[in-house]
Design a protein around this ligand. Structure first.
Ligand code: PLP
Length: 683
């Protein structure tokens, strides 16, 4: 908006936070600014936000009246201007009652997703009828005019204000949904929401305030202008940075990533509040520009520059937030960012600070006795009690959840793991072939692993996602006879040559999540197997194609989606199995649902999530990453029946992180041999 009015040569002043409070708290009589209506020569607009979306500070709504009374005329040294107020209530209105019968700004803007969580992209500009005449719209779009000429610069805008501003097709579906949002908020009432978010935020603020590293140094640096004890001046937002025991800042990106592991979505950076950000982080204009030179951009990941934060972490609460959310956040901070057993203590500076804040907020009618009472009447004991209770519930959470235990357990126990079972899946997405003894490793992985795939008449790869019965198609490799034999219930077997000469090469477009759209070249295995597949699976025109043994093919992967070897730790499977309460569920089917190549035994549950390098026998592998799971694991690979387990339990136990098993890539390209019973070494 500043940029728009600047084009008209309008004078713009930016009131700093302190400056604004000084002006509005000044005890000068309002009357000295009273406007003389007959001498008005210009219009002026004061825009401010009802609640700071950085710190949650609520700016006084009484400022509206003061501005209308001309308190800012001194700032512009002009008493002949008429003052209007634009109240940015986007943050405020989502958790507070804004009573426009008491406070009468000329314009209010707000944003609906902030109030209801849905829909995005629409908000409202409320305009006081008396002030509508000063809103001059220059451009126009469809639906906002009564008449226009195309060959002349002529149009007449709609008479009704809102019609004048509704350019183009309005988002009518989103608008319909607003009713439901308002219904919900009215049924809860804004007052309850306001109390709720405030108490959650206060609890978080207090907990962070008293949290210290074992060496007594504070864990959090809070950015707040109030003592968090008055809902009239503080909303449900807590903004902070974390500090290491040596006093250095933790970058917000690190906190963001750790929080994500705990299923917490945090907003970090400056949250599109450059002014507040600069003030709270004490960054001069020069520093901001230097940071920009050094790579900082809004929304970017340069979180610390020369050890100084470029932004912060914000927890803002809404009507759906719960105390458990706060506990999870605190739990994450304690687990990941507190050094040694945490110490809870009220910082020495707190009472003085509180006193100073109180004086600032109530400057107009300050009374020393009030301050003393106010400071003495602290809610710290209450908070300490709450923390004690919370500790109990959190301990309970840790003991019950091995996922958390793992994060805490930094000293990996090195036990004897062995390769217990070895499987290949010769045809992508079809049955497994269990290997007895030794098997060759080549540059693409285990020999024959996912070397074939079935493509449909439209040229896409057929997978169990579309056709569960694929798991019943079992290939058996007879190396000595040079064949792969296909088995399917109630079908005669079908032999395919392992060394067969290529008949014709066809191109198929594989459309499967991670290889989507990538052209893979393969050799068609002929019409006989094609007919066999079509009658077994009941789908027309299926073709079996084998990966082209083209040495200069760019990717060294076979038709596998991600990497060469998928490793499953039997101990992790047992852990998961124990968690499944459904007694009707066949637990011995779990391990095969993960379709691993290598099944390890004798390891600790989930220790694989920390591995970086793995030696199996004489082969060295790098861990490429975890395997992300989907509903494929709900298919019982022996019967092709779908169940909700183990995905339900996996999601529940791992808090939505549907990861199970790890991918390995062989470190060198030389061929190797792997043998069932090989010892697994972890580096
Ligand atoms: C969120 C917010 C905005 C921006 O609203 P959008 O609808 O996301 O564009 C503006 N001002 C304040 C105070 C806000 O909190």
């Amino acid at each position: 908006m500043r940029e728009v009015v600047n084009k008209k040569g309008v004078k713009i002043s930016c009131l700093s936070h302190n400056n604004a409070f000084e002006i509005f708290n000044s005890s000068k009589s309002m009357n000295s600014y009273q406007q003389q209506n007959n001498s008005i020569k210009s219009n002026s607009l004061f825009a401010y936000s009802a609640q700071c979306n950085f710190s949650g500070l609520k700016y006084p709504l009484t400022w509206i009246r003061d501005v209308h009374n001309g308190i800012l005329s001194s700032v512009v040294s002009d008493t002949s201007t008429k003052w209007y107020v634009l109240l940015d209530a986007a943050s405020f209105a989502s958790t507070n009652d804004l009573d426009l019968s008491i406070y009468k700004p000329d314009f209010v803007c707000l944003s609906f997703y902030k109030m209801f969580g849905y829909p995005t992209g629409i908000g409202a500009l409320l305009v006081k009828n008396d002030s509508a005449n000063v809103l001059q719209k220059v451009y126009y779009g469809g639906g906002t005019i009564d008449v226009s000429l195309t060959s002349e610069l002529f149009h007449i805008k709609r008479k009704t204000l809102h019609q004048r501003f509704e350019d183009g097709t309005i988002p009518f579906l989103s608008i319909i949904s607003l009713k439901h949002g308002f219904d919900i908020l009215s049924s809860i009432t804004m007052d309850k929401i306001s109390k709720h978010v405030f108490s959650l935020a206060r609890f978080l603020h207090r907990s962070l305030l008293i949290l210290h590293h074992a060496n007594g140094k504070p864990v959090a640096r809070l950015y707040c202008d109030t003592a968090f004890d008055n809902r009239n001046i503080q909303g449900g937002i807590v903004t902070f940075n974390l500090m290491r025991p040596n006093g250095e800042y933790v970058g917000y990106m690190e906190i963001l990533h750790m929080a994500a592991l705990f299923k917490i979505h945090l907003r970090t950076g400056c949250f599109c509040n450059p002014g507040a950000c600069q003030r709270y982080l004490a960054l001069s204009n020069k520093e901001v520009l230097q940071n920009y030179e050094a790579g900082y951009v809004c929304g970017g990941s340069a979180d610390l520059i020369n050890g100084k934060p470029t932004g912060a972490v914000r927890a803002s609460f809404g009507y759906m937030s719960t105390i458990k959310d706060v506990q999870t956040l605190l739990f994450m901070i304690k687990k990941c960012f507190v050094d040694g057993p945490p110490i809870n203590k009220i910082p020495e500076w707190w009472l003085d600070h509180k006193r100073a804040l109180y004086k600032k907020c109530y400057q107009r009618d300050i009374n020393t006795k009030d301050v003393t009472n106010y400071v003495a009447n602290d809610d710290m004991n209450e908070i300490t009690d709450k923390l004690k209770n919370m500790k109990k519930s959190v301990t309970h959470l840790i003991n019950d959840n091995p996922f958390f235990k793992l994060i805490m357990d930094t000293s990996a126990t090195k036990k004897k793991c062995t390769l217990e079972q070895l499987y290949i899946y010769p045809i992508k997405s079809c049955g497994a072939y269990k290997i007895i003894g030794s098997w060759n490793l080549n540059s693409k992985g285990l020999e024959y692993d996912r070397e074939w795939m079935i493509i449909t008449s439209s040229g896409t790869c057929l997978t169990q996602k579309q056709h569960v019965n694929l798991c019943l198609l079992n290939p058996i490799i007879y190396k000595d006879r040079g064949i792969m034999q296909l088995h399917y219930p109630e079908m005669p077997t079908m032999d395919i040559s392992l060394n067969g000469s290529p008949k014709n090469t066809i191109n198929g477009t594989v459309c499967q999540s991670r290889v989507c759209g990538h052209k893979v070249q393969g050799i068609d295995c002929g019409s006989e197997v094609s007919e066999w597949l079509s009658s077994a699976l009941g789908l027309p025109n299926l073709r079996l194609i084998r990966q082209n043994d083209n040495e200069n093919s760019k990717t060294e992967l076979s038709f596998a989606s991600q990497a060469q070897y998928l490793v499953i730790n039997k101990a992790s499977v047992s852990w998961l199995s124990d968690k499944i309460s459904d007694t009707g569920f066949q637990k011995d089917t779990i391990i095969h649902r993960f379709r691993g190549n290598m099944i390890l035994s004798g390891c600790e549950a989930f220790e694989e999530t920390k591995w970086k390098h793995v030696y199996i026998g004489k082969n060295s592998f790098v861990v490429t990453g975890p395997c992300t799971r989907c509903q494929m694991i709900c298919i019982d690979q022996t019967t092709s029946k779908k169940t909700v387990e183990p995905l339900r339990t996996l999601t529940e136990q791992l808090h939505g992180k549907m990861r199970f098993g790890i991918y390995l890539t062989k470190e060198t390209k030389e061929d190797g041999i792997i043998t069932v019973g090989d010892i697994v070494h972890i580096l």
